[in-house]
Design a protein around this ligand. Structure first.
Ligand code: MEV
Length: 322
C-alpha cells in the first residue's frame, strides 16, 4: 500500500469544560462533520503538505527538520504529528499529505485535533504499525500538548473514538456511552473563541480566590457524574437540569458572554430541557437539549436573538479508513 485516506469527526463538549483541564470528568460527543487526510509515500525525504481549506498550497519541509524553525500556524498540527510518530517509530520515508475539512475552524468543533488524529492514524496504517486507539490517542494528545501547552485531550479522544464519551484528563478514563436519542441544537454566537486564552483568563481572575475555583471545579465534576447517570438512562429532563446548573457555574467562571446568555435563555424559555455554552466559552457555540416536538420553537428563539443554528448530528463514528 502506497497511499491511504482516513477521516475523523469533530466534537462538542456536552458538560464539564474548564474543570476537565484540571482532572475532573467531562461528557463529550462526536459530530458528523469530518476531517479527511490522505498520506502517500514519496521518494524525497520531505513532508509535502497540501491543505487547501487553510490556503496551504504546497508546504515543504525536510523530514530531518520537522519541528524546527518557524512553523506557520496552519501547518503546525500536521507537522508536529508527523514528527512525533516518525520519531517514535524511527520511520523512514518522505510523505505527501493532503487534508480536506468539512469541520469549520470557526465554530470550535475541533478541526486541529481531528487533523492530528487523522495524520497519526494514516501513518500508522501506511507503515503497518497496528497501533491501538489508545496509542493513537497518546501520540495525538502529546502533539496537541506540544503545540498548545494545555488541554484535557477530550477533543482528541472524540476524534479517535467517536460516539459520546465520559472522559478524564489525559485519557485516564475514556468510556464510550450510547447516544441513540440525544437531541441537541447547536447555536453559533458569531464570535471565534481562543481556548488557551480563556483557560488563562479564568486562572487569572481567580488568582486571589483559588478555594472558590477549586469548589466550582469539584461541583462541575460532581454534576458531570450525576449527568452521566441521567445520560445512560436517557433521562433528558434530569440531564437538562444538570446542564443548567453547569451553566450557572460557567457564568461564575466568567466564560459565558451576553450573546451566549441571550441564546441560552431564549432556548430555556422555549422549553429546552437545558442549555449551556459548549467548550471554552467567550464565543463559539451554545447547545440546547430538546424534545423533538420543541425543536423548531427552540431554533427560532435562538435565531431571534441573533444566534446561527449549526446543523450537526451527534454520535458520529471515530477515526476510520475511508
Ligand atoms: C474547550 O473546548 C474545553 C476546555 O475544557 C479545554 C479542554 O478541556 O481541553 C476549556
Amino acid at each position: 500500500m502506497n497511499k491511504i485516506t482516513v477521516s475523523a469527526p469533530g466534537k462538542l463538549m456536552l458538560m464539564g469544560e474548564h474543570a476537565a483541564v484540571f482532572g475532573h470528568p467531562c461528557l463529550v460527543a462526536a459530530v458528523d462533520q469530518r476531517m479527511r487526510v490522505s498520506v502517500e509515500f514519496i521518494k524525497e525525504q520531505i513532508l509535502k503538505l497540501h491543505a487547501p481549506d487553510l490556503k496551504v498550497r504546497s508546504y515543504i519541509k525536510s523530514i530531518k527538520e520537522l519541528g524546527n524553525g518557524d512553523i506557520p500556524r496552519e501547518v503546525k498540527f500536521v507537522e508536529m504529528a508527523v514528527k512525533n510518530i516518525v520519531n517514535r517509530y524511527s520511520l523512514k520515508s518522505g510523505l505527501k499529505i493532503i487534508t480536506k475539512s468539512e469541520i469549520s475552524s470557526q465554530f470550535g468543533f475541533g478541526s486541529s485535533s481531528a487533523v492530528t488524529v487523522c495524520v497519526v492514524k494514516a501513518i500508522s496504517e501506511l507503515f503497518n504499525l497496528r497501533l491501538s486507539n489508545k496509542e493513537i490517542f497518546d501520540i495525538s494528545y502529546r502533539t496537541v500538548l506540544d503545540i498548545q501547552g494545555k488541554g484535557s485531550g477530550f477533543d482528541v479522544a472524540t476524534a479517535v473514538y467517536g460516539g459520546a464519551l465520559y472522559f478524564k484528563n489525559g485519557g485516564k478514563v475514556i468510556e464510550p456511552l450510547s447516544t441513540s436519542s440525544l437531541s441537541l441544537i447547536v447555536g453559533y454566537s458569531g464570535i471565534k473563541a481562543d481556548t488557551v486564552a480563556l483557560i488563562d483568563k479564568v486562572k487569572k481572575s481567580f488568582e486571589s480566590k483559588q478555594d472558590r475555583l477549586d469548589d466550582i471545579y469539584n461541583e462541575v465534576g460532581s454534576l458531570v457524574d450525576q449527568a452521566k447517570g441521567a445520560f445512560v438512562k436517557m433521562d433528558w429532563e434530569s440531564f437538562g437540569s444538570f446542564m443548567n446548573k453547569n451553566q450557572e457555574l460557567l457564568k461564575e467562571l466568567g466564560v459565558s458572554t451576553d450573546k451566549l446568555n441571550d441564546m441560552i435563555n431564549a432556548a430555556i424559555k422555549s422549553r429546552a430541557y437545558g442549555a449551556k455554552i459548549s467548550g471554552a466559552g467567550g464565543g463559539d457555540c451554545m447547545i440546547a437539549l430538546v424534545d423533538e416536538v420543541n425543536r423548531k420553537k427552540v431554533c427560532d428563539a435562538i435565531k431571534n436573538v441573533g444566534g446561527e443554528i449549526i446543523k450537526v448530528k451527534t454520535g458520529a463514528e471515530g477515526v476510520r479508513i475511508e
